[in-house]
Design a binder for this molecule. Structure first.
Ligand code: AMP
Length: 304
């Protein structure tokens, strides 16, 4: 694995691959790698000739300076893990390489950035994400780029960005990797105290409660939300919603057939966690179909 710090060096390192039409995969990260990140790298390794991982703690997507400063950083460990998972080029630019003096541009996506995380963190958070991802797309010019379902809204925003600005890149969204108790892996989990860590598993329990209610035939949105929110009494809930997985619009009073996305955000101690669960809703709620939906949920919870 080669460590690269500048845009110019990465471009020249990738030139031979591009000339010989090798496929380039990009995995954007902020470091503090865990198995979730590694699953994206492994997927890229399986599918692409050349794998680039970017490691950049992007200041413009943080709302609070304290959060940015306390974000876990361990470049040496990250480099070892990235190399072990099959990264060819680790692109780790400094802040001035990405935002040189005089930098004045912004890439902004409307609509899907506004609800949920957009309400809590402000759309400036997503402007920071879309601006840096657009830059990475231009710098690396990947054929495929890998994002995690864990950050479902971010993945939806990036798809919108890719379509709207005609980036010639396939965006692949990989399943959420979880701890044995269901907690979605996240760099932020390291900040949880032991008792907060135990309480944090409630987020996944709430998602499963919603999925199981729907699998057993419940189509009343309020009843599903009540079952899910009932699991979240020990955490400080920001939101638990059922939304359309493409538009993030809340589902109506009745859950119709198709797919819904259950999304949750909560503070556990000082740490804010987010998670989600895609749920397939059979169009009718006959006994057999409810049974097969339940199987699907169980299968997904084991895999996701
Ligand atoms: P981050 O370093 O937190 O910006 O995450 C980099 C990428 O890894 C993003 O596309 C995330 O959605 C993805 N990711 C983070 N946690 C997980 C997880 N538990 N499972 C799968 N992907 C994840």
């Amino acid at each position: 694995m080669k460590l690269v710090h500048t845009v110019a060096d990465l471009r020249s390192a990738l030139r031979p691959a591009r000339r010989t039409e090798q496929t380039i995969g990009l995995v954007p990260t902020m470091g503090a790698l865990h198995d979730g990140h590694l699953s994206l790298i492994r997927r890229a390794r399986e599918q692409c000739d050349v794998v680039v991982m970017s490691l950049f703690v992007n200041p413009s997507q943080f709302n609070e300076l304290a959060d940015l400063e306390s974000y876990p950083r361990d470049h040496r460990r990250d480099a070892d893990l990235a190399a072990g998972a099959g990264v060819d080029y680790l692109f780790a630019p400094g802040v001035e390489e990405i935002y040189p003096p005089g930098f004045a541009s912004k890439v902004s996506v409307e609509g899907v950035t506004e609800p949920l995380e957009g309400e809590d963190r402000g759309t400036a958070h997503f402007d920071g994400v879309t601006t840096v991802v657009a830059k990475l797309f231009n710098i690396v010019q990947p054929d495929v780029t890998y994002f995690g379902q864990k950050d479902a809204q971010q993945a939806i925003v990036i798809r919108r960005l890719g379509r709207d600005l005609d980036f010639p890149v396939r965006i692949e969204v990989c399943p959420t990797v979880r701890e044995p108790d269901g907690l979605a892996m996240s760099s932020r989990n390291a900040r949880l105290s032991r008792s907060d860590r135990r309480r944090a598993a409630a987020l996944h329990r709430a998602l499963l409660a919603a999925a199981e209610e729907i699998a057993s035939g419940q189509r009343d949105t309020a009843a599903v939300l009540a079952a899910a929110r009932g699991q979240l009494r020990d955490v400080e809930l920001d939101y638990f919603e059922l939304v359309n997985p493409d538009t993030l619009a809340p589902v109506g009073e009745r859950i119709e057939g198709g797919d819904v996305l259950a999304v949750v955000a909560a503070r556990v101690g000082a740490t804010r966690l987010i998670d989600n669960q895609p749920i397939h809703v059979p169009s009718t709620s006959g006994g057999d179909q409810a049974g097969s939906a339940k199987q699907e949920v169980l299968h997904c919870s084991a895999r996701c």
